[in-house]
Design a protein around this ligand. Structure first.
Ligand code: NOJ
Length: 520
């Protein structure tokens, strides 16, 4: 396991919306550079940067036109390299976003591939043999190029799927995984990885990492094989580089494909969804919504087997949110978020904080932008202060990439810095605490002390006992006598009582509280 991940806490930056230094209404690399000290002040020591490559931006940059050139709106390759260098000087690592499953339809590989004459790139994408030949059960495009065929899509219409082959080809146009064209795709992506790693980036978040091999790759054995092969030489050449998968099945991505970290993503009905966003029924049943009874089991039932199966090989990433997911502030109050983040930052694995979640930025109801649709509301500009455009940009408001939160009382970094008990300062407190105690390193084992419905969730990491009571009820936790246990970090209110007769320590937790106690 890669050593630096043991202490890593990531900050996800959507570059469009972070900080604009040249007044064009859109964030840029220089803006990130200026805010490195702020990121460090949070207790984050790594950054995941969403795609910042040349693109027509039909899917906010996940439609890459040139993997080796930055988008002009953010700055040049040199600016990005300068960002790597200065971040490293401050002890911050940066991972980029790798999009290996598809390119933009404007990528030169695709343009060549779509030509009628056979060429080097004819097999780089998945094409049928006739312009009328459908691809049953899959989105495909016909009639867009001179080539006599239809092509397979990986996501939006602008994103043709790169060809890594089929596990069990059944049609003459389906190539096996070891076809020279499919191996050439692997080589090409490996070269992109090398290109940026040799320029100083520290690894990649890998978009739709499970999507490479097509058809009946149900248990993803084909895709895992491709990843093992792509990564094998890279591991030797860049032993410190980390790979974080967008996969949401750590048993596959970590144990089989060889990723270092896998995201626990928000999928309706899953364990992570149950924590922060279980609102579909019309009633907010999320674990962190302050209600009469809390139920951690819906999370633990899914999380624990995943954690147990993968903990020797890699890490699960718990996230506050990401650019595809509604901000948690949409439904949870800042006080509820304090408890949520405290748990996310103290469970094993590598946590990810999405920009703006540290101040409780709201999910905004804004028109779609660059293929964002309902995701757009989580991508609005960072709220730095109460000057124009919340300090994000000097551009005219109508020239902004997206509007800033119009609410006069919208949270900002400036306002929350002044309040010792703000969400921002609680985030800092928890992350500083994590940073200064080896007990919370990503690989320190987790022991569940209490994980039942209707009771506070209690877990132990080495000498630290963490207790979570998101409910509105006062609850008592009984622990074996904790001689000399000291309160270390408290959110909300708790009281401790030693019951010498029963040899127990009783911890009275107010509704909406979180506590870390240290055992001698
Ligand atoms: C997942 C990314 O997170 C999302 O933003 C993007 O639209 C799709 N993959 C397609 O690349």
């Amino acid at each position: 396991m890669i050593d630096w991940l043991r202490d890593a806490v990531f900050y996800e930056i959507y570059p469009q919306s972070f900080y604009d230094t040249n007044g064009d209404g859109i964030g840029d690399f220089k803006g990130i550079l200026r805010k490195l000290d702020y990121i460090k002040s949070l207790g984050c020591n790594a950054i995941w940067l969403n795609p910042c490559f040349d693109s027509p931006f039909s899917d906010a940059g996940y439609d890459v036109r040139d993997y080796e050139k930055t988008a002009a709106r953010y700055g040049t390759n040199e600016d990005l390299v300068q960002l790597f260098t200065e971040a490293h000087q401050k002890g911050i690592r940066i991972i980029l976003d790798l999009v290996p499953g598809h390119t933009s339809e404007e990528h030169p590989w695709f343009k060549e591939s779509g030509k009628a004459e056979k060429n080097k790139y004819s097999g780089r994408y998945i094409w049928t043999e006739h312009w009328m030949q459908p691809i049953p059960g899959h989105p495909y495009v016909a009639g867009n190029c001179d080539r006599d065929g239809t092509y397979y899509l990986n996501f939006f219409q602008c994103q043709p799927a790169l060809n890594y082959g089929f596990l069990h080809p059944t049609e003459s146009w389906q190539k096996p995984m070891d076809d020279p064209d499919c191996l050439a795709t692997r080589d090409a992506i490996r070269e992109v990885i090398r290109f940026w790693l040799s320029k100083g980036c520290d690894g990649f978040r890998v978009d739709m990492a499970d999507s490479l091999v097509k058809e009946d790759d149900e248990n993803k054995s084909g895709t895992c094989e491709v990843w093992r092969d792509i990564l094998a030489p890279i591991r030797k050449e860049f032993p410190e580089a980390v790979f974080v998968s967008e996969w949401n099945r750590p048993e596959q991505s970590i144990n089989s494909a060889g990723f270092d970290v896998d995201f626990y993503l928000d999928w309706p009905g899953n364990g992570y969804h149950a924590l922060l966003r279980d609102t579909e029924s019309g009633e907010d049943k999320s674990y962190f919504k302050k209600g009469p009874e809390s139920d951690i089991t819906r999370f633990l039932e899914e999380y624990l087997p995943r954690y147990t199966a993968t903990k020797e090989n890699g890490y699960i990433a718990l996230i506050t949110c990401n650019h595809d997911t509604p901000r948690p502030r949409r439904t949870l109050t800042p006080d509820e978020l304090k408890i949520a983040y405290a748990m996310i930052f103290t469970l094993p694995g590598v946590p990810f904080l999405y920009y703006g979640d540290e101040i409780g930025m709201r999910y905004l109801d804004v028109p779609t932008k660059e293929g964002g649709y309902t995701r757009t509301g989580s991508r609005t500009p960072m709220q730095w202060d109460h000057t124009e455009n919340c300090g994000f940009s000097k551009a005219k408001p109508e020239a902004l990439y997206l509007p800033v939160d119009p609410d006069k009382k919208a949270p900002t970094v400036e306002s929350e810095e002044k309040d010792a008990d703000s969400l921002l300062n609680v985030v800092r407190r928890v992350l500083k605490f994590r940073e200064s105690r080896k007990d919370f390193r990503s690989d320190v084992p987790l022991e569940i002390l209490q994980g039942e419905k209707g009771k506070p969730f209690v877990y132990r990491r080495e000498r630290m006992i963490c207790m979570v009571n998101p409910s509105s009820k006062e609850e008592t936790v009984e622990l074996p006598e904790l001689h000399g246990a000291a309160e270390q970090l408290i959110i909300g209110e708790i009281r401790m009582q030693e019951d010498k007769e029963k040899k127990k320590t009783k911890v009275l937790m107010h509704g909406g509280s979180f506590a870390i106690l240290k055992v001698q």
